[in-house]
Design a binder for this molecule. Sequence first.
Ligand code: PLP
Length: 376
Amino acid sequence: MNSPLPTAWLEIDLSAIQNNYRELCRISGAKVAAVVKANAYGHGLVEVAQAVLEAGGEWLAVARFEEAEQLRKNWIMAPVLVLGYTPPEQVVEAAKENIRLTLFDTQTAIRYSAQTSQRGMTVKVHIKVNTGMNRLGIAPQDAVEFTRWVSGLPGIEVEGVFTHFARADEPAADTTDRQIRIFDEVLASLRSVGIQPKLFHASNSAAVFNYPQAAYDMVRCGIALYGLHPSPETLLPATFRPALTLKTRLTSIRELDAGEGVGYNYRYYTSKKERIGTIAIGYADGFRRVMGNKVLVNGVEVPVVGSVCMDQCMISLDGIQGVQVGDEVVLIGKSGGLQRTVEDVAKEWGTVNYEVVCGMADRLTRRFIHSNDKKG
Ligand SMILES: Cc1ncc(COP(=O)(O)O)c(C=O)c1O
């Protein structure tokens, strides 16, 4: 439920996510699995999953079994694939809840099969092939034999075979073409021995744009679903809309004389008479403790001064007219004619947009809006 008066909050535009989901379907021409791991990249697991399903979505993907369980606890019964490792102790629950697991090694396969077949159950799995990411996956030269063997194990159904690209967001690199070639060879060999699982999938968001030939049956999209650019070299078309806004409030305003220190360790000194505001957001919210942060107040960009504290920080209000305690301050999003994007913040923090949104703390209130409803 939306809290009426939060102190620091995220506004999540579910209409934007639904729009982006439809765009990904249109552009890829394949099924789109909505990647909702890490609390839907900070946007809110359950609400985002529901919004995608409402927009016609079919598949969800998460990193961990616990995230899939959380979906089920919230009555989200759509097919969900756990992309990471799931311990065999959880396979019975997975089979019961129809949660699809990723499989890539013999020992785990034997243990999954023992657990489920004993109880007359079947778990659906997607076999992961390592075509070059070198993170998870069976070696390509073993993939056909492994898939054939797993298909014959009791209590396991091979529903999918997939891989993951390491550099799909760098169109100049030739390694994704190599990964696609290796995956294509595995698929051809599987078909030649009569193995044709329902779903082959490989692409993340960047690959949807840079490698349309790799859409196969399904693509797995996270960052583009949230309206964020896969990388500086792989920008989204203008039809995509960012979904997240980060806001807080001014909680205090004071006039300081020249030469006064501000905040812990006085990492800022006023050089003249200066108006300083305090805002209710800090590093415990995911607003990083680095110098050089900026925020928007009444359509003006102002600097954060001094160290970011755990729950608060200070900003310079010099020259800003008509502000008072309780006013909104925008850290990510639009204010007047100005906008600070997740990408702006990522650049200032020396990281990627993924890390900025995934770092948004649980304690931030998430207010869900439908921007489409506002329009006539
Ligand atoms: C296996 C896998 N597939 C798909 C994705 C989605 O990637 P993106 O957010 O770049 O679309 C991820 C995200 O890290 C992933 O780990």
